[in-house]
Write a protein that binds this ligand. Sequence first.
Ligand code: B4P
Length: 193
Amino acid sequence: MLNIVIFGAPGSGKGTQSENLIKKYNLAHISTGDVLRAEKAAGTELGKLADSFMSKGQLIPDDLMIDILASVFDQKIKAGDCKGVIFDGFPRTIPQGVALSEMLEKRGQAISAVVSLDVPEEELIERLINRGKQTGRNDDNYETIKARLDVYYNQTTPLKELFEKEGKLYSIEGVGSVEDIFSRISSVIDKVK
Ligand code: B4P
């Protein structure tokens, strides 16, 4: 099984690139952001709790996220004939990274590659402000974007070192056309698949 983590700051293009990658490589898509937004839209208790963190740009607590991830992973694998999974937005902390490796190991699998999209901060802010105007997403406003970027630099970027030590990290220039970035990511996946 191909298990690809797509990694990067908010607005780096993780969701955008995942949409294309799942089609090309027949992968199931696990976007933890989408899972939480679907819970919010359905008005569940989990959705209400998640929104109280997301609207402030904070992360949902690790123990909760780790349980959600394992259950979504098992559902996706059972449901389809996919060749693997793309993890979009998970892991976001060191405990989540450790939990992902352990969860896969228990199922006789491993992370195949971590693709990190590198995009400068000004570009991230511009993309997210634009998306906020188009979609009304309540975490895509300047103040919340700044909080999300702080969380990314403080809690998420330390994961890069962990994956680098394991020889799994591939850093990709995340600026340019969606197609050009897609072809950069595809060359990494073609190498590890
Ligand atoms: P996510 O939904 O994961 O949102 P995101 O980081 O903003 O990235 P996203 O994938 O949506 O955007 P993309 O870069 O594709 O997380 C939202 C919140 O959920 C978090 O803040 C947190 O509260 C919570 N959460 C999620 N996972 C969690 C976890 N594991 N643990 C705890 N909490 C968690 O695209 C952004 C914009 O850029 C789009 O408008 C797109 O069109 C544009 N774009 C993309 N590529 C471009 C390109 N090449 N050029 C120009 N624009 C581009």
